[in-house]
Ligand binder design. Sequence first.
Ligand SMILES: CC(C)(COP(=O)(O)OP(=O)(O)OC[C@H]1O[C@@H](n2cnc3c(N)ncnc32)[C@H](O)[C@@H]1OP(=O)(O)O)[C@@H](O)C(=O)NCCC(=O)NCCS
Length: 166
Amino acid sequence: MIIRRETPADRPEILAVVQAAFPEPVEARLLRELFAAREYIPELSLVAETEQGEIIGHVITTRGWVGESKSLGLGPIAVLPAYQRQGVGSALMRATIDAANLMGESTLVLLGSTEYYPRFGFVPADSLGITSPDPSWGSHFMALPLAAHVSGSHGRFRYAEPFNSL
Ligand SMILES: CC(C)(COP(=O)(O)OP(=O)(O)OC[C@H]1O[C@@H](n2cnc3c(N)ncnc32)[C@H](O)[C@@H]1OP(=O)(O)O)[C@@H](O)C(=O)NCCC(=O)NCCS
């Protein structure tokens, strides 16, 4: 398996992965909108591909903000059900973290399972002074301070525009 950047030609296959991984159509619709959004970042839309050229996983991270400062919002992430629990999601997460660090980004933010993401270094976002857009998300709203993180950039997190119409 390799992790590489997505190309526009991959998108039908990526959307099929997302539809297979999530029971509802919400995430596939969100992803389609994120591909077309101003906040799309080509370096941070990654696929996991088998040696045979099958796309088995995808993760996207788009521009977000903490107050007025640039940040990143991760998600959706999806792995084909038949390939889950074999390290594909972890490889996509680590590649995203490496790429964001190489880009000099300061924080990576997501909403997700408190069982899964802490293993990559994510902590409750409020412990870094990053306020959730929705207080009901509680500790599921998490952030990872990257190499360029400076403590003191506090504020409310704002996702890329397509997240507002969820
Ligand atoms: C979440 C997802 C991307 C993880 O990818 P993966 O390739 O299965 O994950 P990995 O193999 O790298 O890691 C497996 C570990 O994560 C745990 N894990 C995976 N998904 C989890 C979840 N949704 N909640 C809690 N733990 C989860 C597994 O228990 C396993 O733990 P272990 O190593 O201690 O046994 C994948 O399971 C998926 O596509 N799920 C459906 C879509 C989804 O829920 N996306 C995330 C929304 S936040």
